[in-house]
Structures are given as structure tokens and as C-alpha cells.
Design a protein around this ligand. Structure first.
Ligand code: FAD
Length: 597
């Protein structure tokens, strides 16, 4: 065995494992010391460099390490690799494992610099720890809110708290929230701490499985920050010792971190970001969310459904870059279900109050006190620590990297994922680009990443899924005369039956209590290409699930006629796309009266 791995971990979930990297036989935790057994005594002896004692018997060698180690890692003892990957997130992990699968000798670096509030996490990058995964679990938890609070009682569930009960509890307790049961009263009380525990336990299990995945793929994992010393040389510090290695190919996949404006006094010190929210140790309670992009709306959406008093401060418009009509629909539905919006407003300063709350003074509005201020005003590429100038790789002013087919201006250095300039910042994009790249490098394949027609979904309480062009983009690209837009707005069967209502402040009249149609189905078609569908947009429940299959249809160049000839599944919201009849240009109403067929 030419390289050697030292296994390290914090809270061992088991006492021994098998199938370790070649050469390792057993792995046991002995309180804060660690024992590794393996056949190759030569390799074992090299471990002594990391500290510990060495014993040998006829069958195996045992190394006992006398140090407390806070994370599992494999320490590379070799210094020359076919591929070095910097960043163990979605793109980096996928590229490293696939390259090893193709036979390359691979090393991967991952290190998490704590957030401004001191939050840190394990292997797996943004998606697993502070992005898609915890966000989706909180979204799922939030989706139970209206069921507990409203629909359940209508559908016969006795433990659901009806609106009347809710109001009685709210009056009795004077709760500063939509649902009085938050933090404590009633059988179905919402408990933030339990939610965080469930989410974080799951995240930790994923961290662990990623570490196992690297090990079984025989990728050397180094839990350290890597930086360039020269075009092929990387340096890193481990156990206070600076080390270096070289690699023929280097992939940068260092992702991004939330950005908090420097010019708002108190913002950096007093606010949190999505890096902190999913592991927050105390309930966020009355929350200000700053930002109008998807992370801001998703967080505001689930916090509102948990019953917290949530305000979103939006500088300009919601969901810039997405279809305007659908973005406004998302905002309308969020407002009708309790999220407050302040438009053309940004915080001017944040000040800690003696009552523990944060006083926020706004530009263009007055001021208010909040328990939590969550900044979601964008993310910056995490490239500064890489010392890219030593390798000759340049960045844009925002730290992003320009590539052609993931290759930078230095031919053996590549970049993937969120650090790419002008590419969608999504986990499946980073994974797919990474896998295709290393198959080109080590697997004799030629397929390139296609960054077009990438589907995505915003997980607001009523989700918004889309693929292809927005109406605005389609018009800009093909002209208004060449575009036909088909639409339908309607209420889901189940929501209509439960008579879900707007919150009080959104009712204009006594009779105006029903929630607006919760679904919007929209197809954008190109007239001079036989009505090919170039834009798919859907606001409604489970939009993520609905949109995935439709993305395949768009990729296969489906036309409006293909959609019309496809038989729907009844009764679903998605069937609305099979036979959309009303065009925007007709001037007819596209709001359906309801009912079957
Ligand atoms: P990352 O996953 O960010 O990984 C980069 C890793 O590199 C990190 O672990 C970092 O600590 C490490 N690193 C940085 N510099 C160094 C260095 N010098 N040395 C060693 N290690 C280093 N995407 C979706 O597709 N769907 C969603 O629903 C979704 N929801 C999201 C919700 C939130 C709140 C956020 C923040 C993001 C969400 N995303 C979602 C985006 C998704 O998480 C990212 O697109 C994806 O994680 C990018 O992967 P990456 O490989 O580029 O980088």
C-alpha cells in the first residue's frame, strides 16, 4: 500500500467497523484514544509520525493514538496525486469519488470556517449541512402546520386544533404569534428544539456516510484548508504542522458563504444567516428576514408556518430572475398565509436592546424590535483563502471563477459548483458538472455539462417549480409575437374541501376569506417551432415533485400538442398541464371555477 490513512472521529457511533480502506482490519474507540489494526506493519509505523504507540503481533499491527481527535479524517502520507479536489461539498465529493472510481489517485480537502456567529459543521458542504437538506426538512415540518391548525379538524382529526380553539388559546395567553401553541401550550405545541434535534441528527448521519463514502472510494480526505503555493503545489496545516502535496489536476469546489453587508452597523454582530438558522439553539421567535431571493422566502415561509411573527424586508422585488407572474403569486400566497412584507426597505442599523431584542432601524420605514434578524442578501464565492494568484487563476470582482467547460485559464486547474461565474448555484448542477468533468479527465469520455433547461424549485409554503425560460426571458429572446403563454389558476381539491382561509389582515371584506387560488400552471411556447414548450412554471403543492418529470419533457423538446395528448392523472394538481386551454393573449380569465374536469 503506497498511501496510508489515519482514521479519526469524534462521537463514534459504533465500536468497530470492517471494510475499511485496504490494509485496515478493525477500528475501535477506546474512550479518547483510538486503535487501528491492519496487516501492513510498514504502513502502521508511519502512523507514529502522528503520535502514538505501536505494537505488533504475528497477525496484525496496532497503533494506539494518544490524542483526542475532533473529526474523522484520512491523512495522506503521499504527496503526489492524479487529482486534488479542494472542497468537500456537492461538487467536490462527486468529482473526487467518480475520479477514484475511474482509477485516479485522489485527495480531497474540506474545512469549514465557522460562521460569524461561530456555527460550524461536518463534511458534505452547504447542501447537506446548511442548505438543501436542513431547509427541506424544515419545509416539511412547516407543511404540517396548516394541517394541524386547520385542515385536520375539517377532515375529522380530533387532536387538530381548530381555528376557534386556536383563537381562544391566543386570547388566553396573549401570544405574539399566529398560533398560540408555539413553545408550550396545548397538545400540539410546536417545539423548535425538537425540530432542530431531528434535523441535526439527520445531518450528522449524512456527514458520517459521506466520510464512509470517501473511505470506500479510496479517496484520501484531509480535514484542512488548502491553498496554492504554486500551480501544482498545495499547502495545508494539520496538527500545527504545515504540509504540502502536488497533483497533476486540481479541481476547485469551495462553494459560497452568506454575505452580510459591511455598511449596516450591528448587522455582522447581531444577525444570523442560513449558516446558523438550522442549528439555532433557541427558538427564533419574532424574526426579520432581510432579502427577497429564494433563501429569504423559504426561511420566512417555514418560520411563519411554525407560528412565528415574520417580516421580510425586500429592497426591490421578490425572486429576481424568475418569472414575474409566478414570483408575485408566491409573494401573494405567503402574505395570505401570514408572512409580512416591507417593500423598498433595507435595515439602516441594528442595536441590541436591554430586553435582549434587536432594534432595527429601516431606510424608508420606521423601526421595530425583533428577537432574530436573519440576513439572506446573497452569497459570496469562497475563493479568497485559495491564494489563487500563486497558481495564476484570476477571479471576477465578486470572487467567482470564469471557466470554459469547467477549465480555468490554467489548463490543469478546474472549477465547479457555486464558485462558477454565471452558472446556476444548485447541488445537482455541481454534482453533474463534477462527474462529467472527471470522466473526461480520467474515463475517456467526452460529454460536456449542459447548463440549460435546469429545473429548480423554491420551497416556499406553496412551492414554485420551473424549468426553461421565464415569460420575460422568452420575450427578450424570441420576441412577444413569437410567444404564446398558456395559463390556469385554481384551488387544489383538498384545500378547497378544507376551506383554507387567508389570515385576518389579508381579508379585504367580510366575504373575502378564502385563500386565493393556490395553484398557477403556466406553459410558455414558441410559435415558430411548432409551439415547443420553452418555459414550464408551476406554483402549488409539491412543485418539486411535479417539476422534475416535466423537465424531462422540456429536455426532449415537448410541444404543446405533446402536453395536450398526454393523459392526466386524476385528481392531481399536475394534471392541469395536460390540456391548458386559455392563452394570456386571448384576454380570457384563466382562473378555473373548480370541480372535476
Ligand atoms: P459547497 O457545497 O458549498 O461546498 C464547498 C466546501 O468547500 C465547503 O465545505 C467549504 O467549507 C469547503 N472549503 C472552502 N474553501 C476551502 C479550502 N480552501 N480548503 C478546504 N475546504 C474548503 N441547491 C439545490 O439544488 N436545491 C436546494 O433546495 C437548495 N437549497 C439551498 C438552501 C440554502 C439555505 C442554501 C445556502 C443553499 C441551497 N442550495 C440548494 C444550493 C446548494 O447548497 C449549493 O449549490 C451547493 O452546495 C454547491 O456545492 P459546491 O460543491 O459548489 O460547494
Amino acid at each position: 500500500m503506497s498511501s496510508l490513512s489515519l482514521l479519526r472521529y469524534s462521537t463514534p457511533p459504533w465500536s468497530s467497523i470492517s471494510n475499511c480502506r485496504a490494509g485496515f482490519r478493525t477500528f475501535r474507540n477506546i474512550s479518547s484514544t483510538f486503535r487501528l489494526q491492519f496487516h501492513h506493519s510498514k504502513s502502521a509505523k508511519t502512523l507514529l509520525a502522528a503520535g502514538g504507540t505501536f505494537q505488533q503481533n504475528s497477525n496484525s499491527s496496532v497503533v494506539k493514538l494518544n490524542q483526542s481527535i475532533d473529526s474523522f479524517s484520512t491523512v495522506a502520507m503521499d504527496s503526489q496525486y492524479d487529482l486534488a479536489v479542494i472542497g468537500g461539498g456537492s461538487g467536490g465529493l462527486a468529482a473526487a469519488k467518480e475520479a477514484a472510481h475511474c482509477g485516479a489517485k485522489v485527495v480531497l480537502f474540506d474545512f469549514v470556517t465557522p460562521s460569524s456567529q461561530g456555527t460550524k459543521w461536518g463534511l458534505g458542504g452547504t447542501c447537506v449541512n446548511v442548505g438543501c437538506v436542513p431547509k427541506k426538512l424544515m419545509h416539511y415540518a412547516a407543511s404540517m402546520g396548516p394541517v394541524f391548525h386547520h385542515d385536520g379538524a375539517a377532515f375529522g382529526w380530533k387532536n387538530s386544533i381548530s381555528k376557534d380553539t386556536n383563537e381562544r388559546l391566543a386570547n388566553a395567553e396573549g401570544a405574539n404569534s399566529k398560533y398560540s401553541r408555539i413553545e408550550g401550550s396545548g397538545e400540539n405545541a410546536f417545539d423548535w428544539i425538537s425540530l432542530v434535534k431531528t434535523v441535526q441528527n439527520h445531518v450528522r448521519s449524512l456527514n458520517f456516510s459521506y466520510r464512509g463514502g470517501l473511505r470506500s472510494a479510496q479517496v484520501q480526505y484531509i480535514n484542512a484548508t488548502a491553498r496554492f503555493k504554486g500551480p501544482t503545489e498545495l499547502v495545508y496545516t494539520l496538527n500545527n504542522v504545515e504540509k504540502s502535496l502536488t497533483a497533476k489536476h486540481i479541481i476547485l469546489a469551495t462553494g459560497g458563504r452568506p454575505y452580510i453587508p459591511e455598511d449596516v452597523p450591528g448587522a455582522k454582530e447581531l444577525s444570523i444567516t442560513s449558516d446558523d438558522l438550522f442549528s439555532l439553539k433557541t427558538p427564533p421567535r419574532k424574526t426579520l428576514v432581510v432579502g427577497g431571493a429564494y433563501i429569504a422566502l423559504e426561511c420566512a415561509g417555514f418560520l411563519t408556518e411554525f407560528g412565528y411573527d415574520v417580516t421580510v424586508a425586500v429592497r426591490s422585488i421578490l425572486l429576481r430572475g424568475f418569472d414575474r407572474q409566478c414570483s408575485e403569486k408566491v409573494g401573494q400566497l405567503m402574505a395570505e398565509t401570514g408572512t409580512k412584507f416591507l417593500y423598498s426597505v433595507t435595515p439602516k442599523s441594528l442595536t441590541q436592546q436591554s430586553n435582549g431584542r434587536i432594534l432595527v432601524e429601516f431606510n424608508g420605514a420606521s423601526s421595530d424590535e425583533f428577537d432574530t434578524v436573519l440576513y439572506a442578501t446573497g452569497r459570496s464565492a469562497d475563493t479568497i483563502k485559495l491564494n489563487l494568484s500563486a497558481a495564476g487563476v484570476s477571479t471576477t470582482s465578486s470572487g467567482k471563477i470564469h471557466t470554459i467547460n469547467e477549465q480555468t485559464e490554467v489548463p490543469h486547474i478546474y472549477a465547479l459548483g457555486d464558485i462558477l461565474d454565471g452558472k446556476p448555484e444548485l447541488t445537482p448542477v455541481a454534482i453533474k458538472a463534477g462527474e462529467l468533468l472527471v470522466r473526461r479527465l480520467f474515463g475517456n469520455e467526452t460529454a460536456l455539462m449542459n447548463y440549460k433547461e435546469i429545473p429548480t424549485t423554491i420551497f416556499t409554503p406553496f412551492e414554485y417549480g420551473c424549468c426553461g425560460l421565464s415569460e420575460e426571458e422568452a420575450i427578450a429572446l424570441y420576441s412577444a409575437e413569437n410567444i404564446e403563454t398558456f395559463l390556469s389558476e385554481f384551488v387544489s381539491l383538498e384545500i378547497a374541501a378544507a376551506h383554507r382561509e387567508k389570515i385576518e389582515s389579508q381579508r379585504e371584506h367580510e366575504f373575502d376569506t378564502a385563500l386565493s387560488p393556490n395553484c398557477l400552471s403556466k406553459l410558455i411556447c414558441l410559435k415558430n417551432e411548432n409551439m415547443r414548450v420553452v418555459g414550464f412554471h408551476y406554483v402549488g403543492r409539491n412543485a418539486g415533485e411535479v417539476t422534475q418529470g416535466m423537465a424531462l419533457a422540456l429536455r426532449l423538446k415537448a410541444t404543446k400538442e405533446d402536453f395536450d395528448h398526454c393523459v392526466g392523472i386524476h385528481p392531481t394538481d399536475a394534471e392541469s398541464f395536460m390540456g391548458l386551454a386559455v392563452t394570456k393573449s386571448s384576454g380570457e380569465s384563466w382562473v378555473a371555477a373548480g370541480g372535476c374536469g
